[in-house]
Design a protein around this ligand. Structure first.
Ligand code: BTN
Length: 326
């Protein structure tokens, strides 16, 4: 059995929240107590809270609903998508990227933890074990990179749609691809493209959705939140995954034919900064204006007044919105 398999089995055994002694786990999995202790340390280093009590053994601080392919596919409205669940991986986006050649459209990979989870602009995406959803979906586009314009905004719509179906209606979208709850980051989207810029390419759509983080997340540089805080319960991650996959699949079938246009209205209804003054930061430049919406290709529309008092409307494809100091 590989280290990977042993760790998966340890997590499955401990998931009930009961105590298991190192020697019981060892004999069940056919490895020594020392080996169990080594694997437990590794899992702890990934953020899985395993307590060790002398004379009793190991126990999770709370029961864990492990991600399970069978449960996810059973909950999906139709088994249109191939789903794979991994225990620990560097990044689900990288995993999908490495497998691209033989992947069916819509292939989705989820992991319990990421050791090198990535956000936009090279930032780290904090990915502790068993707390959240880390998922990547592959989708082929024939129109080259241009066909991907606005895709991250449509993904935002699919995420908020899934949240509404879970009973959470107040999530909002921050251009280009953050999902916020009460002004704090709940989910992020990282899309990477592989292939020929001018013909067939594959979008690797990574979504990180915070479900039940530990409080102690000093590494995250911005205000964040998770579903558990707003829902007063911890939603089952397999339910959330199934909803997300279904909504992503539905969205992508439309998007590949019509692009962002059919989603602009839904996106705009969820726009955190609709008709509000914002500043757009592009490198060292700060552009101030009122955010009056987005275009059909996903550009941000900013309205401002020039020095002669004339209204100026401009669109932007890059940059980050900030309202700090306004
Ligand atoms: C962001 O808001 O900066 C984007 C965050 C995207 C995180 C997800 S988690 C699954 C996938 N794998 C990664 O390494 N990143 C994305």
């Amino acid at each position: 059995m590989s280290d990977f398999d042993i760790r998966s089995l340890i997590v499955r055994e401990l998931a009930s929240g009961q105590f298991y002694s190192g020697s019981d786990l060892g004999s069940k999995l056919g490895v020594s107590r020392a080996a169990i202790s080594k694997h437990v340390k590794f899992l702890q280093s990934l953020g899985l809270e395993i307590f060790s009590v002398t004379g009793k053994g190991y126990r999770l601080d709370k029961p864990l609903e492990v991600l399970d392919v069978g449960q996810i596919t059973q909950k999906m409205s139709s088994p249109h998508t191939k789903v794979e669940v991994l225990n620990v991986i560097d990044s689900t986006n990288d995993y999908v990227k490495a497998k691209l050649v033989d992947l069916p459209n819509g292939f989705t990979c989820l992991a319990e933890a990421q050791t090198a989870g990535r956000g936009r602009h090279g930032r780290k995406w904090v990915s502790p074990f068993g707390s959240n959803l880390y998922m990547s979906m592959a989708w082929r586009f024939e129109g080259g990179f241009q066909a991907l314009a606005g895709l991250s905004l449509a993904v935002g719509v699919a995420v908020t749609e899934s949240l509404s179906q879970l009973g959470l209606n107040k999530a909002s979208l921050k251009w280009p691809n953050d999902v916020l709850l009460n002004g704090k980051k709940l989910a992020g989207v990282l899309i990477e493209a592989e292939g020929r810029p001018d013909s067939s390419c594959v979008a690797i759509i990574g979504i990180g959705l915070n479900i039940n983080m530990n409080q102690d997340q000093g590494e995250i540089a911005q205000p964040w939140t998770d579903l558990a805080k707003s829902m007063n319960r911890i939603p089952n991650r397999n339910d959330v995954a199934a909803l997300l996959i279904d909504n992503m699949h539905k969205m992508l079938l439309i998007f590949q034919q019509q692009g962002l246009a059919p989603f602009v209205e839904s996106w705009s209804e969820r726009n955190t900064f609709a008709n509000k003054p914002i500043k757009l930061i592009i490198g060292d430049e700060e552009i101030h204006g009122i955010n009056t919406g987005i275009t059909d290709s996903g550009a941000l529309i900013l309205e401002s007044v020039d020095s002669a008092g004339k209204k100026v409307i401009k669109t932007y494809f890059g940059g980050e919105i900030s309202v700090r100091g306004l």
